[in-house]
Design a binder for this molecule. Structure first.
Ligand code: PEP
Length: 251
């Protein structure tokens, strides 16, 4: 019996047209699986309302955002307001994805502001951390993770710890087809759990980085891995369904 519920979270990034979205859900409903895990999807922000509506009708998947602003409103052209996300009834927001850190130069200080603002609206946070290849090779993985957690989670209100989910995503494994071994991921997850600023036994820690139907089982066998944040393999309904059924069996 697992202590924590398994979560399978699809990060659709900047993909999917309306037609592809409707195909995805047609295939998901055809599959009629009994979900025992949590199945979440973060589509492009522009598609959140439509996905919320479809997800409400099909009743299986919860919808979140891939990013949000550190402010609620104002002159921030192109940004995504956490207040508006909460207003829409969005379940969660991903903060600090490595693509935001590297392409958009978001640092721990900014990510901390985003986290605290999103939390003020009781949004669940998936905070992404992970080392680059050179950092792993230089034996710096734990130093990098510790800094990302300490700075990103500064002033985290302990009474909101149930809203925090961590995603360990080694940068070298995202979208590359290289997965961390289950042992490498387990070591990082155990370390992350030991760094959290509150009683971390309840905290969900996801693994992300080229998770596929054929490698999820070994990851989910590890005690500190509570699910996956999935990019590429979440775009196809058959793969996403397979990941959710592996997770349901592992529950
Ligand atoms: C991600 O985008 O968070 C991710 C892990 O992508 P992929 O599964 O494609 O590596």
């Amino acid at each position: 019996m697992r202590k924590r519920e398994i979560h399978i979270v699809g990060n659709w990034k900047m993909n999917q047209t309306l037609h592809e979205i409707s195909q995805f859900f047609v295939e998901m409903t055809k599959m009629k699986m009994e979900l025992k895990c949590k199945a979440w999807i973060a589509p492009q922000a522009i598609h959140i309302p439509i996905l919320k509506e479809i997800a409400f009708t099909t009743g299986t998947i919860q919808i979140g955002a891939q990013n949000c602003c550190e402010h609620d409103s104002g002159a921030f052209t192109g940004e995504i307001s956490p207040l508006a996300l909460a207003d829409l009834g969005v379940e969660f927001v991903i903060i600090g994805h490595s693509e935001r850190r590297t392409i958009y130069k978001e640092d721990n200080e900014l990510l901390n502001k985003k986290i605290l603002k999103a939390l003020s609206h009781d949004l669940k946070i998936i905070y992404c951390v992970g080392e680059a290849l050179e950092e792993r090779e230089a034996n710096l993985t734990n130093n990098v993770l510790e800094k990302q957690l300490r700075e990103g989670l500064a002033n985290f209100p302990v009474e909101k710890s149930h809203l925090l989910i961590i995603a360990y995503e080694p940068v070298w494994a995202i979208g590359t087809g290289k997965t961390a071994s289950a042992e490498q991921a387990e070591d990082a997850h155990a370390f992350i759990r030991s760094c959290l600023p509150h009683d971390s036994e309840e905290t969900i820690i996801l693994y992300g980085g080229s998770v596929k139907p054929d490698n999820i089982d070994s990851l989910l066998r590890k005690p500190n891995i509570d699910g996956a944040l999935v990019g590429g393999a979440s775009l196809k309904a058959s793969d996403f369904r397979q990941l959710c059924s592996s997770a349901s069996i592992a529950m």
